[in-house]
Design a protein around this ligand. Structure first.
Ligand SMILES: Nc1nc2c(c(=O)[nH]1)N=C([C@H](O)[C@H](O)COP(=O)(O)OP(=O)(O)OP(=O)(O)O)CN2
Ligand code: ZN
Length: 149
């Protein structure tokens, strides 16, 4: 049976700041992030199976990525907990705004590592996470590949 990759695309709006960065991205600013999630597996080959012919139902992949990433990061501000932004986060949150304090500098690279971990843990055993692509702007993106890790 053939091994196939399937990909689903998501978008979400998130603000972040790169504390200590030597450029304008040290300020809080936002992106319309685009995330491509690719998984790999063998399509189910069972005429009696409701998911016959699928590596994983796109709908099931959507549920996992939405609950683990999109619904959490969408319209939130991501700040580095290992920086003075921790205090800023508390202030923003006190005004009922959604803040995610992460234990890393919230670059595209580090967000991908976080997303890969969260998504991998929720995938069924029959499939594997192959790669992620996170576009921060229309001309900048980072990629995570399982085979590189
Ligand atoms: N390797 C990385 N470099 C930068 C990241 C990152 O996550 N990884 N992030 C930023 C900023 O968050 C910034 O928002 C994006 O930077 P950049 O692509 O430079 O954005 P510009 O709109 O200024 O780029 P143009 O090419 O001028 O459109 C910075 N670097
Ligand atoms: Zn940015």
């Amino acid at each position: 049976m053939s091994i196939i990759r399937i990909t689903k695309h998501f978008d979400f709006e998130t603000a972040h700041a790169l504390y200590g960065y030597d450029g304008k991205c040290k300020n809080i600013h936002g992106h319309s992030y685009q995330l491509y999630v690719t998984i790999v597996g063998t399509p189910i080959n069972d005429a009696n199976h409701v998911k016959n012919g699928m590596v994983l139902d796109f709908g099931d992949l959507k549920k996992i990525v939405k609950s683990e990433v999109v619904d959490i990061f969408d319209h939130a501000t991501v700040l580095n907990a290992n920086s003075p932004h921790k205090e800023l986060a508390a202030k923003i949150e006190s005004h009922s705004s959604r803040v995610i304090l992460v234990d890393y500098q919230p670059t595209s690279e580090n967000m991908l590592v976080d997303f890969a971990d969260k998504i991998s843990k929720k995938l069924p055993k029959s499939v594997n996470l192959h790669s992620l692509k996170l576009c921060e702007t229309n001309n900048s993106h980072a990629e995570w590949f399982a085979e590189d890790q």
